[in-house]
Design a protein around this ligand. Structure first.
Ligand code: ZN
Length: 133
């Protein structure tokens, strides 16, 4: 590898997160299975329904409502240090519990069971912090 000083390359497969890290879109058998049924892969921004605090950026594959967030698809989380395979997803601001850890048995896959009334979701919009003047 040549010494190219470009650590922040983004394209449609590499998405800039709020903390400046780069998330690589996961393409695996889970994604393939979902997209077979229709829809596409999108990045969602998930925020607390009570106080609008941003909680997660999430890769959602395919159609259907958001019932659970697979841990391997969580691109960014507020606070960052929580292990969501064991800890509930809590809003750091108002302390509301938004999701609880689970294993999605069909795929033996750790996920967060989302409480539908406790979050809002929208398309994730990248705000490039490097472009502030
Ligand atoms: Zn909140």
């Amino acid at each position: 590898m040549a010494g190219i000083n470009e650590s922040k390359k983004t394209d449609k497969n590499h998405i800039l997160m709020p903390d400046g890290s780069i998330y690589k879109i996961q393409r695996d058998r889970f994604q393939k299975d979902r997209l077979k049924l229709g829809g596409e892969t999108i990045m969602l921004s998930i925020s607390c329904a009570s106080c609008e605090e941003p909680l997660l950026v999430y890769q959602k594959d395919g159609l259907g409502p958001l019932k659970r967030c697979y841990v391997d698809r969580i691109a960014w989380q507020t606070g960052g240090e929580k292990d969501l395979t064991h800890d509930p997803l809590k809003c750091p601001t108002c302390k509301e519990t938004v999701g609880t850890p689970m294993i999605y048995k069909k795929e033996d896959r750790p996920a967060v069971r989302m409480d539908n009334s406790k979050f809002h979701k929208s398309r994730y919009v990248v705000r490039d912090s490097a472009t502030t003047s």
